[in-house]
Design a protein around this ligand. Structure first.
Ligand code: PMP
Length: 443
């Protein structure tokens, strides 16, 4: 589409909005991106901005990669849309097989959604449908974690660990509990990798099982590393212990890998990184390298068999989207998976990890820095809060970095960094060098 304003600042900034507080900040000082290539955005004023965030944890292979662009262009010209209800087309089958081949054990069935939020709600429904199909219709309770983020559907905010988000909307899913989070700033300060302490905190799940009859609990959903709420890394052994408790009580374990999937931790998925295999995995973002919206749930064969091959076939999971397995999204995803594999980007993320870690920790003596956390090619730099203004320092750093040609992400007092996995050591130096300068000046 030849937009008249596609390369400049639009006249009307009020017509479109994102209803977050960021909207107000954006309207006051709009930062408009009009192009992107590899590691950089191009802003409306023509400046190149280094992408320290892979868009929003999506663009793991870098921006506008020719193979992915071509796949999208070719596919939209060949078969622009085909529903997956009464008829179908080959691409979701090919993509599902590719994803299944990346998974451990029998996680070999895939359902496509259009976002992370949809993938999460789908997985929660699947968990309930699975138990129902096995004659355990009373297993409907769901357990999330404090500080977990699982998108914005009613299911996602119900299990999500952001209580303000839940309170705002009142009508939540019934029978939802939240495990306390394991994050403890005083113990985690300046840790590298996984914190050594705290696997026993997984026993909070046993406490919930003692409180409710465990045979009423359908599923536990966790982000293996909580991304949006500040790159919170679980203590060593914590996820393994959760797995054991779930297995003991017949509770399904869901890993929400919307951020951790596709190489961010230096392995394909967090399940590989932590060596813990859940029953369902949700993913999105990096599945298409951010090009076309897509989410997916990858589940164990036994779960699929229960709700799809039982006597009441189909009825146990009344669920589907107009755009499930959209041909253009599938083409984008297949080209993305090719790119990850051909360029060895998951391995690259692991190889650069040491350099990334040292660069991140070079900020540890900077004013206001209270914690630095990192794994693979993701890091968080946590700042001490400014009294009464919990986002002030991080927002200030974000604005100043942008002025200097670096895009970072901030939530509350936490700055998150997650560059495309194609980044080089020079980019890493630039990310932490610029951020370090900005923090020093703010002291
Ligand atoms: N789960 C997690 C772990 C996420 O990080 C996000 C998005 N940041 C979502 C779910 C929701 O994804 P979407 O915004 O695509 O709906």
């Amino acid at each position: 589409y030849e937009s008249k304003t596609a390369t400049q600042m639009p006249n009307n900034l009020e017509a479109f909005f994102m209803p977050f507080t960021a909207n107000r900040q954006f309207k006051k000082a709009p930062r408009m991106m009009v192009g992107a290539e590899d590691m950089h955005y191009v802003a409306a004023d023509g400046r190149k901005v280094l992408d320290g965030t892979a868009g929003l944890w999506c663009v793991n292979a870098g921006h506008a990669r020719p193979k992915i662009v071509k796949a999208v262009q070719d596919q939209v010209a060949k078969l622009d849309y085909a529903p997956n209800f009464q008829m179908g087309h080959p691409l979701p089958f090919e993509l599902a097989s590719r994803l299944a081949a990346m998974m451990p054990e029998d996680l070999d069935h895939v359902f496509f959604a259009n976002s992370g939020s949809e993938a999460v709600d789908t997985a929660l429904k699947m968990a309930i449908a699975y138990h129902r199909a096995r004659g355990e219709g009373h297993r409907t309770r769901l357990i999330g974690r404090e500080r977990g983020y699982h998108g914005v559907g009613f299911g996602g905010i119900s299990v999500g660990g952001i209580s303000g988000n839940r309170k705002q909307f009142g009508a939540m899913l019934p029978g939802v509990d939240h495990l306390p989070h394991t994050h403890d700033r005083s113990k985690q300060a300046f840790t590298r990798g996984e914190p050594e302490w705290g696997a026993h905190l997984a026993d909070d799940l046993e406490k919930l099982c003692a409180l409710h009859d465990p045979s009423t609990i359908a599923a536990v959903i966790v982000e293996p590393v909580a991304g949006s709420t500040g790159v919170l890394i679980p203590p060593k052994g914590y996820l393994k212990r959760l797995r054991e408790i779930c297995s003991k009580h017949g509770i399904l374990l869901i890993f929400d890998e919307v951020i951790t999937g596709f190489g961010r931790l230096g392995k394909g998925f967090a399940t590989d990184y932590f060596g813990v295999v859940p029953d369902l995995i949700t993913c999105a973002k990096g599945i298409t390298n951010g090009t076309i919206p897509m989410g997916a749930v990858i589940l164990r064969k036994g779960i699929y068999d229960a709700f799809m091959n039982g006597p009441e076939n189909m009825i146990e999971l009344f669920h589907g989207y107009t755009y499930s397995g959209h041909p253009v999204a599938c083409a984008a995803a297949l080209a993305t998976l090719d790119t990850y594999a051909e360029e060895g980007l998951f391995e690259r993320s692991a190889e650069l990890h040491g350099y990334w870690e040292d660069a991140a920790h070079s900020l540890k003596d900077h004013p206001h820095v209270v914690d630095i956390r990192n794994l693979g090619l993701v890091a968080a730099v946590e700042l001490d809060p400014l009294a009464g203004k919990p986002t002030a320092r991080a927002y200030d750093a974000f604005v100043k970095c942008f002025e200097r040609g670096l895009l970072i992400r901030y939530t509350a007092d936490i700055i998150a960094l997650s560059p495309p996995l194609i980044c080089g050591k020079g980019h890493i130096d630039e990310i932490f060098g610029t951020l370090g300068d900005v923090l020093k000046e703010a002291a």
